[in-house]
Every structure is written in structure tokens, then in C-alpha cells.
Design a protein around this ligand. Structure first.
Ligand code: C2E
Ligand code: CA
Ligand code: CA
Length: 649
């Protein structure tokens, strides 16, 4: 091996570079083989890994080339050194861009600013490119020994510039990024600066790339937590990963499209085929996405929802994926030996065109999740979804569930007046919710949400308890009231222990069942449900009376009216108001009155707002009237003053 000149070889210590190459290969390998978020920040991290790997490699090759001998060696040496300068500089710039991405300042930076910031890099590139002609950055002497030229200080200058800029970004990043990230990034800066100084003083000690690789390893393991974003059950990313990616894209102002796939009727499949089968179905779906969209990110967002994101704003691609997914989820999935047809709702959105904030993205995902689909509508476009409405609904959900656990509701009372003598004969208990943020929220809005959520059970109990306490405290019955009317939700009526829990509350306040009248509305599920019927009949046996609420708005099923133990029919306000607009509606109301009376039922009409209403309804023979003409629903104290003022009989 006479071509090896070991004297030259040992001018430099290349062990550090060999170590750096190994570390960087491991890091690049770990990154590429694992699932990771397709964020700008992660791209910069991978760039950092690759540029540092190349820096170490060319640093190493620079040394080795000095001791090898072959034709045109000078050209290869020149190339290797040029590459060293380029990759080394790129590492520094990538580090700055990495810090820039997590500091969330990118969004505020103008194109002009972004261009100006790249100016030093451009100057470096020009210097490297023309160095073979001017030899001012580096050159080789007659012995082919490497020397630095004066322009090397321009490189030091621009490296210092980017490192200072990076330090500023780390400094300005908000505390949300974590102390550890700030610390490790500062560590990167300090160790690199130290290594540059050491290598400047002792040129044979090639430790720059090694120093960088150690700190990069720390950054990857300690901060980026790649496993934090991976689903624990399947080989896909998780909800946290999705939120991180979305936030990152919004902060870096880069467009992406998202497709939320909400699988329907999973419970049915679970019951029919078992949990293992569903797990295999999920694997099938993941495989489909991996094969069909290898560049996309797939997230298992919640049990029945997958989200795919694609980093692109291409309209055609968006439309194509949309139709491909719609087609795919109409078809059959082959899972093991069995075929299964699985319905899905697919929510599609482009960010930032359709949705531009992280909270709006969450609202949209929530809307798709909540979508009780009419199966024909497979694909929901974000631009057709009313995000404001969804946001309010979601907020109300939070408020209602909080209030049902920690309090926040109040019960108001609206007097019901006898048409005979104008006295208060009873009152309807109506729930009120007042929130500091949203103000007064109508029960029309939150009761359906509470029913869906299940919190209506607690809320219903709260109302029932409040009414019992109020009757007892104020001796309402002794004061001349017949009973208090309480609205009972269908969801409550489907609870098997309803009558037990209500009678318990009544006995704890020593309330007679006859002092309570429960208002229930007619719904399709109620008509045929046995629990519902059992509850009504056992409560009725106890002595509680019932009113059929909102009569005229539902099916107005005759069978329902006479097969249930109602004593009162409440005609809905909308029917009353319509009757004063059209003669035909007036005929309807007249017939309801006749029918109810012939079934032996009494009538309450709600929504009585003026004298004309009072006169007409009295003339028709309606027993009881309720409405703003007499009083709006009012708090306990006001209601009791009204009763005490002699309004009552
Ligand atoms: P509802 O059972 O039909 O109650 C009558 C509604 O009509 C009440 O609205 C009442 O304030 C309103 N109203 C009465 N007279 C007039 C009038 O002259 N003019 C106008 N414009 N409105 C009048 P509210 O209190 O907003 O309640 C809305 C609905 O929320 C109720 O309709 C009922 O379905 C439900 N709800 C209220 N409280 C409860 C409750 O404690 N439990 C359950 N399950 N539902 C409740
Ligand atoms: Ca009612
Ligand atoms: Ca009503």
C-alpha cells in the first residue's frame, strides 16, 4: 500500500467524524422507518440530520483524500471540500429554520423578510461556487495540502448570523414549547460554537460534526418524542399527532387538506363479529391508506374516526381524493375470511381556504364526529358546514355538562291562570341556564343537547327536587295552587328506575304525588316503548297526573291521547298563534278543544299574549291559560310574591 501516506493521515483525528457518521445514520434510520408527522419542523429536523451526516462524511473524505493518490485527485479533493462547506452551512441554516418553525414566528414574516434572511446563505453559495477560480475560500498548495483563504471569515460570519438568529427564535418562543426544548436548543448552539472554536484553534481535531450529532440526538430523543404521536394500538399516528400537525401547518402558513373518516355502525359490527374483527378491519383500512396514499399522514383520531392529511393545496388532487374515498367507503372490505360493508361519513376540508384556525379545525372534526348521517350524504364539505353553529353547540355541551355536575341551573315558574276567574291555578316549572360567557341560553337550545348527552337525567332530577322543595317551603298547595307542572323529557321516561327516583324525592320533602303534574310530549319512540308505558302507569298509580305537552305539533296520534293516563292537554303556542292568522287553523284548535273535552280532559293553552287570545280561548271553553299576557316565567321569590298578592284564588 505504497500510495497511503500515513503521516498525512495522522495530521487529523478522524475518529470523531466516524462516530458522527454512525450516530447520524442511526438517527436518519430511526426517523425514516418510524411514523412521524409531516410538519415543516420535522422536515427541518430530518434536513439537519442529513446535512450533518454529509458534513461528517465530507470532513472524513477530505482527510482520506489527502492520503490517497489517483489521477485528477485535486478535482475530487476540491469537490469534497466544497461539499463540506455547503453541507456544514446548510446544517446551520436548517437549525435556524427548525427553531423558526417551533417559535411560531413564521406566520408573521413577510416574503421580503424571508428572502433577506437567506442573503448570507446566498453569498456563501456564490463564494463556494467561484472558489475553484479565485481560491479565496480554500486552496491547495503544491504538496496538495489544504489551506483556508481569507473568505472563510465570511462563512464564519454568516454561520454566526444564523446561530444568533436561532438563539433569538428560541428566546422568543413561548413557554408552550417546553423548557427542555429551549434548553437543548441552546445546548446545540453552545456546543457547536465551542466545537467551532476548538477546531479553529486545533485544526486537526475534527469535532464539529460530532458535537452537532450529539446534540441532535438529544433533541430527537428528549424533545421530539416521536412515539408520543403514535397510536398505542395500531401503527398510525394519534389525535395528539393530528393536533400537533394542524397547529404546525397553521403556524407555518402551509396549506394542507384533511379528510375525516368517521366509521358508522361500528358497535353493530363489534356485536356481530367481535372486537378482534374490528381491530382487523382497522388494520385493513390503515393498509389501504398506506398503499393508496403513501405520502399522506394517517391518524387514528378517536375509536371510530381516522383522519388523513395531505400537505398540498392542489384543487384537482383534493377533488380526486374526495371521490376516491367516497367510492372506497361505498364498497366492501375484505377482512380475513369475511366481507364487510362499512358506512362512513367523510368530512373534507382545505386549510386555510375553508378553515383557518386550530379551534375551527377541532370544531369541524367534532362536527363530523357528531354527524348523525343520512347515509346518502357520505361526503361533507367544510365550506358547507356552519362552523359557528357547531362551535356554539360544543360550548353549550361543555356548559351543560359542567352545570349538571356543579350547579348553574335555576328553576323559574310561569303561572297558569283559570279562565273562569283569572286566579293562579298552577304553574309550569321551567329551567333556566345563565352562563357568564354565553349569557342566557334557552332551554329550547340546551335541552336537546342534554338529552343527547344523557345529562338530562341529572338535570331532570334537579328540577324535580327544586320543585318539591319549593312547594314544601312555600306551602304552595295551602296557598291555593292545584299542582306544579314539570316537564319530563322522553329520555327520562325511558329510565327503568324513574318512578322510584321520583317517589324518593317526593317523600324526602313530604310531597303528595297529586301536587305534581308531569308534562310529556308525544314522540315516536315513546308510543311503542314498554319501559316508557310502565313508567307512566306506575307514576300514575302513585297519584301523579299527566299533561300531554305541545299538542298539535307532533303526530297528534289519537291512540296516544286516550291510551295514556292524561288529565290535561296543553295546546302549543304555535297552534294558538296560527289560529289567529288563519281561519283553517282556528278550526283545528276548535276541534282539539271539542275532542279533548269529549275525552274528559282539561285544556291549557300556552302562548297567551293578548286580550284577544284570552277572550277567544275563554269563549271556546279552554279551562286554563298560560302566557306573557299574565306573566313570563319568573324566579321563585317573584312567583311567591305574585301568589301572595292575591292573584291566586
Ligand atoms: P314548553 O314545554 O312548550 O314550555 C313553554 C315555553 O313557552 C316556555 O319556553 C315558555 O317560556 C314559553 N312561553 C309561555 N308563554 C309564552 C308566551 O306568551 N309567549 C312566548 N313567546 N313564549 C311563551 P322556555 O322556558 O324557553 O322553554 C322551552 C322549552 O324547553 C319548553 O317548552 C320545554 O320543552 C323545555 N323545557 C323547559 N324547562 C324544562 C325542564 O325543566 N325539563 C325539560 N325536560 N324540558 C324543559
Ligand atoms: Ca311544557
Ligand atoms: Ca310548547
Amino acid at each position: 500500500m505504497d500510495y497511503l501516506d500515513f503521516n498525512k493521515f495522522f495530521d487529523y483525528n478522524i475518529n470523531f467524524d466516524i462516530g458522527a457518521v454512525f450516530i447520524m445514520i442511526v438517527l436518519v434510520g430511526a426517523y425514516v422507518t418510524g411514523r412521524h408527522l409531516d410538519t415543516y419542523q420535522n422536515k427541518m429536523l430530518l434536513t439537519l440530520f442529513i446535512t450533518n451526516l454529509l458534513t461528517a462524511f465530507f470532513d472524513f473524505s477530505n482527510v482520506v483524500l489527502q492520503v490517497l493518490d489517483f489521477p485528477n485527485r485535486i478535482m475530487v479533493m476540491e469537490f469534497s471540500h466544497m461539499m463540506y462547506y455547503i453541507t456544514h452551512m446548510s446544517t446551520v441554516i436548517a437549525f435556524y429554520l427548525y427553531c423558526n418553525a417551533f417559535s411560531k414566528s413564521m406566520k408573521k414574516q413577510s416574503v421580503k423578510y424571508k428572502t433577506l434572511i437567506m442573503l448570507p446563505a446566498l453569498i456563501d453559495a456564490v463564494i463556494v461556487t467561484i472558489n475553484p477560480f479565485i481560491h479565496k475560500l480554500f486552496y491547495f498548495d503544491d504538496d496538495l495540502k489544504y489551506h483556508r483563504g481569507p473568505l472563510v471569515f465570511v462563512f464564519y460570519g454568516s454561520a454566526a448570523f444564523y446561530l444568533i438568529m436561532a438563539a433569538m427564535r428560541i428566546h422568543s418562543a413561548d413557554s408552550g414549547i417546553g423548557k427542555l426544548r429551549k434548553f437543548t436548543c441552546y445546548l446545540f448552539l453552545i456546543i457547536n460554537a465551542l466545537c467551532v472554536i476548538i477546531q479553529y484553534v486545533y485544526p486537526y481535531l475534527l469535532i464539529e460534526a460530532f458535537g452537532a450529532s450529539l446534540t441532535l440526538m438529544t433533541i430527537y430523543i428528549a424533545i421530539e418524542h416521536p412515539e408520543e404521536f403514535v397510536d398505542s394500538g395500531y401503527d398510525v399516528l394519534n389525535a395528539k399527532g393530528f393536533e400537533c400537525l394542524a397547529e404546525n401547518c397553521i403556524n407555518t402558513d402551509s396549506g394542507f387538506m384533511m379528510f375525516c373518516i368517521k366509521l358508522q355502525e361500528l358497535n353493530g359490527i363489534n356485536k356481530a363479529f367481535g372486537r378482534k374483527y374490528v381491530a382487523n378491519l382497522f388494520r385493513c383500512i390503515i393498509e389501504y391508506f398506506d398503499e393508496k396514499y403513501p405520502k399522506a399522514n394517517l391518524f387514528h383520531y378517536s375509536y371510530s374516526m381516522f383522519i388523513m392529511t395531505v400537505r398540498s393545496s392542489d384543487e384537482e388532487q383534493y377533488a380526486q381524493i374526495k371521490s376516491e374515498l367516497a367510492e372506497q367507503f361505498k364498497g366492501i372490505w375484505q377482512v380475513g375470511e369475511n366481507n364487510v360493508k362499512i358506512k362512513a361519513v367523510i368530512g373534507c376540508a382545505r386549510c386555510p381556504e375553508d378553515i383557518e384556525s386550530i379551534s375551527a379545525i377541532k370544531d369541524f372534526v367534532y362536527a363530523v364526529k357528531d354527524y348523525t348521517a343520512n347515509v346518502n350524504e357520505l361526503v361533507i364539505d367544510a365550506d358547507k358546514v356552519d362552523i359557528e353553529r357547531i362551535r356554539r353547540r360544543r360550548k353549550i355541551k361543555e356548559i351543560v355538562s359542567d352545570a349538571s355536575e356543579h350547579g348553574g341551573f335555576e328553576v323559574y315558574y310561569q303561572p297558569i291562570i283559570s279562565s273562569k276567574d283569572g286566579s293562579i291555578i298552577s304553574a309550569e316549572a321551567l329551567i333556566r341556564l345563565n352562563n357568564t360567557e354565553l349569557g342566557f341560553v334557552s332551554p329550547e337550545e340546551f335541552i336537546p343537547i342534554a338529552e343527547e348527552q344523557g345529562s338530562i337525567i341529572r338535570i331532570g332530577e334537579f328540577v324535580f327536587r327544586s320543585v318539591c322543595r319549593y312547594i314544601r317551603e312555600q306551602n304552595l298547595i295551602e296557598k291555593g295552587l292545584k299542582h306544579i307542572e314539570i316537564n319530563l323529557s322522553t329520555v327520562q321516561c325511558l329510565q327503568s328506575n324513574l318512578s322510584e327516583s321520583l317517589s324518593k324525592i317526593m317523600s324526602s320533602y313530604d310531597i303528595k304525588p297529586g301536587w305534581i303534574n308531569l308534562e310529556i310530549t308525544e314522540t315516536s319512540e315513546a308510543v311503542f316503548n314498554d319501559t316508557f308505558k310502565d313508567n307512566i302507569s306506575s307514576l300514575s298509580e302513585l297519584g301523579i297526573s299527566f299533561a300531554m305537552d305541545d299538542y298539535g305539533t307532533g303526530y297528534s296520534n289519537m291512540n296516544y291521547l286516550y291510551s295514556m293516563p292524561f288529565s290535561i292537554v296543553k295546546i302549543d303556542k304555535s297552534i294558538l298563534w296560527k289560529a289567529f292568522e288563519s281561519q283553517r287553523a282556528m278550526i283545528v284548535i276548535e276541534n282539539i278543544v271539542t275532542l279533548a273535552h269529549s275525552l274528559g280532559l282539561e285544556i291549557v293553552v300556552e302562548g297567551v299574549e293578548n286580550e284577544a287570545h284570552v277572550n277567544k280561548l275563554t269563549e271556546l271553553g279552554c279551562e286554563y291559560l298560560q302566557g306573557y299576557y299574565y306573566s313570563k316565567p319568573i324566579p321563585e321569590n317573584d312567583f311567591i310574591s305574585l301568589v301572595n298578592s292575591g292573584f291566586a284564588s
